[in-house]
Design a protein. Structure first.
Length: 255
């Protein structure tokens, strides 16, 4: 796992405070796709447990795995007591108990591509469900977005994570659906988008940026300067497009 993937621990409390949670509609979508009761789930890269809480709240026995100790400590402060937690990178998980659901919330792009889908399959029951969901948080007003881009441009060309397999943004099927469609381990790949618009204060929006890996990689004095410059060009409150792209797939039966 890359240093960038492990950069979040230093801002675990900010991550918990400023990253939006997940709506009940997402859990409804996953359970409807499964078509049968989901009793057990394993989460890849659970962070501070935003998605953990969603699925644990549906009575699912969740095992939350997370490689960063600070993130995992923050998660443990917020999830129900019956959630199982493990400090482990996805690549270090060994096949053992099989689950009805394996999912990743804005974390799959940090995993290594080699053997990714055979590893996921080994953690799932036959016909078990894999779900990946997330998406960038973008300023809804084009003029505000351009002002922020111009403020950050001398220090950072882009703050988004590029598609891991190079799929262009306008393509009908986005990553990781593209990889799932090519995988021998999965079938019935579906992509859905849950539309979401949020309003937050300028300060909270900058707080959110303080949890984004592109900013975390900047030297601390530069990072603080960029945050100040961005806050100066923001109105008091901002509207945010925070659509959630959901990919679902079903593990094929053993061959």
């Amino acid at each position: 796992m890359s240093g960038r993937a492990l950069s979040f621990g230093a801002v675990a409390q900010a991550y918990e405070r400023f990253r939006p949670g997940y709506p009940g509609e997402l859990a409804d979508l996953v359970t409807a796709y499964a078509g049968r009761p989901i009793r057990t789930a394993l989460e890849i890269g659970a962070g501070t447990g935003k998605a953990t809480r969603l699925f644990a709240g549906r009575g699912i026995t969740v095992t939350a795995t997370e490689p960063d100790g600070a993130m995992l400590a923050e998660l443990r402060r917020h999830v129900p007591a019956d959630v199982r937690t493990r400090r482990a990178a996805f690549e270090d998980l060994r096949p053992g108990e099989r689950n009805d659901l394996v999912y990743a919330a804005a974390a799959l792009h940090w995993t290594k591509p080699e053997g990714r889908w055979s590893r996921v399959a080994a953690l799932l029951e036959p016909d078990g469900v894999f779900a990946s969901f997330g998406g960038p948080i973008r300023l809804a007003d084009p003029a505000v977005a351009e002002a922020v881009r111009a403020a950050r441009a001398p220090f950072l060309a882009s703050d988004e994570v590029p598609s891991p397999d190079g799929t262009p943004p306008g393509h009908d099927m986005q990553w990781p659906g593209t990889e799932l469609q090519r995988s021998e381990w999965f079938a019935d790949v579906q992509q859905s988008v849950l539309g979401r618009r949020l309003t937050m204060s300028a300060r909270d929006y900058v707080g959110h940026l303080s949890t984004v890996s592109a900013y975390l990689e900047l030297p601390p004095p530069v990072r603080e300067q960029v945050y100040r410059l961005i806050e100066q060009v923001l109105p008091e409150t901002v509207e945010i497009d925070a659509d959630i792209t959901v990919h679902l797939a079903r593990r094929r039966h053993e061959r």
